[in-house]
Structures are given as structure tokens and as C-alpha cells.
Ligand binder design. Structure first.
Ligand code: IDC
Length: 453
């Protein structure tokens, strides 16, 4: 009996398997990956309320970022009129939305927690409401110029993540997803523990208005940084990274060692940290990792290499495509030494830092040497001041560095976007960047740097 029945069952199984494969193939072909991301962008509710930025997460689900705060809209409870929270991005269902297309061309965002509930934004508030055709639940894509775009205004990067996608390294050159060379320019934050008031969506968007497409988030490990307040600083880091992404900027997560001299001092904390953040931003093409700001105090390339070989696989396991920047000996100056004994990973770049008032031709020679050996260099920090962050502004020395970086298509981040009373700070003491950065806010260094993006 059984032997008679089995072939029929088998035929059924093979047939249904074939059907399944065909259906899956058709489904795959009819919805390429980009299709799900077609709602990426800034959306405004029909009742003239606030704007949200939609970023595709996965499988047609989006996260929504409140443009004012740069934070992620989060459902706190699924009931009519419940206020939405603005929090750090944690990949929770309460932070995910699907899109429903409306007949008039607008879209409605439905909560993944319960698809009968939709995002509603009025002038006063953002809430969750039972789905209806109300204007507050109908969102139109922003086509007009963003608020006060242009120098002095706030905007999103014109040549940023949505235009370039995942980055990689070809030879010594950073290239975009289509293989075209891309150069990133922008500001570095000062220490997150002190100056997170300048890592908001508006402050970063103010640099985009001048043409920046990069932001570096400097997360100090010591000096009251991450190691003394892990959850608090991590929250600030997520907020800063999300703020930069909400402005279409590439963003560097910088493990800012300095007084800790040798990256191996905190290697196990670094592994835990990078495991966590690279899982958090696994599917986010805008994020680059700088795994040790400035090894110093006699730390040699051998030790840095051993640290890099421990940390890079941790990041690569979660986010295989991310570009990783590795610090070099002597405050990230000895790129020539790294070039002589490079790491074996692809998509790795070597950090080079300079300060115009202290460093000159002898240091440019190290970069030229590294490039000639085929080592990719990223200028992840430079200043117009002397190396102590003060003195200057050394404009004519900076001019020589700027033309050198242009000549070699080097990407750079300038130290720093803050209002500290030191000449490397881009803003005047007491400056507020929330309404844009103009003549009134810019320091002498800021005026110089913002005209170079
Ligand atoms: C400086 C800051 C200064 C702070 C000091 C110590 O400008 O306000 O007191 O760090 O935290 C670097 C470092 C960067 C330095 C900067 C200027 O990466 O943290 O910032 N610099 O000294 N390398 C060379 C110069």
C-alpha cells in the first residue's frame, strides 16, 4: 500500500516545491530591493503639521524620524489619540511602519504594532489614530526646497547617502555604490559628553546647507566619555548618528581614544561596543566606523594591527559592507608605517590627522608615501589651529593642506562643530545652531572651513 501511495505524494511534493520556487522567484523579480525603499524621503502631513523622514528598514517596513529632533517616532500605546514618543532608534516593532498608498497620490503610515492605526500629524501634535482619510494622516513627499536651504539655512546633504548608497574602497579611492569616486567633507563633533547640543538634526543640517555630506561623531572613551557612562553616552551616540542620517549625511562612529594612548587598553570594551552598534546599524549604508581615533604614547603599528584584527571581524560579522577607518601611530600621522604593513581586509582606510598650525610638508610627505604604496587614506580629523586645538587660525597653511587633499581626492572631517572658546571650534562661544549657522554663529575657523565643503 505504502509503496503505491508514496510516488503520488512525492509528485505532489515536487510539484508544490516547484510552484513555491516559481512564485518566490516571480515575487523576487517583481519587487527588487530598491522598490521597498521608494518611500525614502521627507513627508509632510496634509494638515500642514511637522515633517517626517522615512528610511527603509527591511521588507517594506520604514522607520520615521521627526525632523525637528532627529529622533525616531515610537508608538507608546496602540489606542486612539495616543501621543507618539520621540526616542533613539532601537529597531523595535513600535518604531516600524508600513506604507498604504492613497488614491490622491498621498500615503499613510500604518503602525506595524496594529495596521488599523495610522500616524497623524497636526500642527500641535503627532499621535496614533484609527485609520481614516483625514488630512493629518495623508502625507505628501516634500518637493519644495527644505527650510532655509543654502548657506545659513538647514538642509539635507545634496550628494549624500540617497545618491551614493553603500561605499567601498577601490585602490586608494572611496567609491560609491555605482563605482564612481566620492569625496566626503564635513565636520567632526567635539566630545559627545560635552557638546551634544551640536549633534542635533538641525545643527548637522546647517552644515549640509553649506555642502557638507559627512559628519563625524567623536565618542571619547575616557575623560568622562563612554567608559564612565555607557548607556547615557550610547543614547547620545544613537541620537547623533540618527540626526546625521536624517540629513542624508554619511556618518563616522569614532571610538575616540586619546588619553588612553593604546587602543588595546580598552580592547574588550571596544569589541562589545562595536558589536552592539554595528548590529544596530547593520543595514545602514550611511555609517562608517573609525575604530581608534589617535593611538599615541609610543603605541606602535604592531599593537594597533593586533587591535584592528580583533575589532574588524566583529563589525564585519554584523555589517559586512561597512567601510572601516583604522587609526595609525603618533596621533594618526604615520600612515606611511601602516602602508608598509597593511591590514588584509578590504574596504579599510587608514586615518590621517593634521593641524595646520603644527604640521607641514614633512607630514604631507607621509601621506604621499602611503598613497604611492596603495594605502587608502581618510583625513578623519584636521584643524585650522595648532595641534592643541588653539592658536591661529592658520589660513595660509590650511590652504596648502586643502589643495593637497583636493589633489588626492581625500575625504575629510574638520575639528570641531562646537562653541568652545578655542580657535579650532567652528562656532563662536554661546552660538545656537538650531536655526541654522550664519555669520552671527561662525567663528573665524568656521567661516574658513564652511566655505571649503
Ligand atoms: C581637544 C579639544 C579640547 C579638549 C582636548 C582633550 O579641542 O577642547 O580639551 O581635546 O579632550 C586631537 C584629538 C582631539 C583634540 C584635538 C585638539 O583627536 O580630541 O581635541 N586634537 O587638541 N588630535 C590632535 C589634535
Amino acid at each position: 500500500m505504502l509503496t503505491k501511495v508514496r510516488p503520488v505524494e512525492m509528485r505532489g511534493t515536487i510539484f508544490s516545491r516547484l510552484l513555491l520556487v516559481t512564485v518566490l522567484t516571480l515575487l523576487f523579480l517583481s519587487c527588487p530591493v530598491q522598490a521597498a525603499a521608494r518611500y525614502n524621503g521627507t513627508w509632510q502631513s496634509g494638515s500642514g503639521g511637522g515633517k517626517v523622514k522615512a528610511i527603509h528598514y527591511r521588507s517594506g517596513k520604514y522607520r520615521l524620524i521627526d525632523l525637528k529632533s532627529g529622533k525616531t517616532l515610537t508608538v507608546s500605546s496602540v489606542k486612539k489619540g495616543a501621543r507618539l514618543k520621540k526616542t533613539a532608534w532601537k529597531k523595535k516593532a513600535a518604531q516600524l511602519w508600513t506604507v498604504k498608498k492613497n488614491k490622491n497620490g498621498t500615503i499613510t503610515f500604518l503602525s506595524v504594532k496594529n495596521k488599523r492605526y495610522a500616524l497623524s500629524i497636526t500642527k500641535e501634535k503627532a499621535t496614533l489614530e484609527k485609520k481614516s482619510g483625514a488630512k493629518s494622516m495623508s502625507f505628501a513627499k516634500e518637493t519644495s526646497a527644505p527650510r532655509k536651504a543654502g548657506a545659513g539655512g538647514i538642509s539635507s546633504a545634496a550628494n549624500g547617502v540617497s545618491q551614493n548608497g553603500w561605499l567601498s574602497v577601490r585602490g586608494t579611492q572611496l567609491v560609491n555604490e555605482h563605482g564612481s569616486p566620492l569625496v566626503l567633507h564635513g565636520m567632526s563633533s567635539h566630545g559627545l559628553q560635552w557638546y551634544s547640543n551640536f549633534t542635533t538634526s538641525n545643527a548637522i543640517g546647517a552644515t549640509a546647507a553649506y555642502g557638507a555630506n559627512l559628519f563625524r561623531v567623536a565618542m571619547y572613551t575616557e575623560e568622562n566619555g563612554y567608559l564612565s557612562n555607557k548607556s547615557g553616552i550610547l543614547e547620545k551616540l544613537y541620537d547623533a548618528v540618527d540626526a546625521a542620517l536624517s540629513r542624508n549625511m554619511y556618518v563616522i562612529i569614532d571610538w575616540h581614544i586619546l588619553s588612553d594612548f593604546n587602543p588595546k587598553t580598552h580592547q574588550s570594551e571596544a569589541k562589545t561596543f562595536f558589536n552592539r552598534v554595528s548590529a544596530h546599524y547593520a543595514n545602514t549604508p550611511g555609517v562608517l566606523y573609525e575604530i581608534c581615533n589617535e593611538p599615541n604614547g609610543g603605541t606602535g603599528w604592531k599593537e594597533i594591527k593586533s587591535y584592528a584584527n580583533a575589532v574588524i571581524p566583529v563589525i564585519r560579522k554584523n555589517s559586512p559592507r561597512s567601510v572601516i577607518i583604522v587609526g595609525t601611530p603618533t596621533w594618526s600621522q604615520d600612515v606611511d608605517v601602516a602602508a608598509a604593513d597593511p591590514l588584509s581586509y578590504a574596504n579599510v582606510m587608514y586615518a590621517f590627522h593634521f593641524y595646520a598650525g603644527t604640521h607641514g610638508q614633512w607630514l604631507r610627505d607621509k601621506v604621499s608615501m602611503a598613497l604611492s604604496k596603495g594605502a587608502p587614506v581618510f583625513v578623519s580629523e584636521w584643524g585650522t589651529s595648532a595641534a592643541d586645538g588653539n592658536g591661529g587660525v592658520y589660513k595660509s597653511a590650511a590652504n596648502i593642506w586643502i589643495s593637497f587633499m583636493k589633489q588626492h581626492s581625500l575625504s575629510w572631517a574638520n575639528w570641531s562643530l562646537c562653541d568652545k572658546s578655542e580657535s579650532s571650534a567652528a562656532l563662536k562661544p554661546g552660538a545656537n545652531a538650531e536655526n541654522g549657522i550664519g555669520e552671527k554663529e561662525l567663528s573665524a575657523s568656521g567661516k574658513y572651513v564652511f566655505s571649503q565643503f
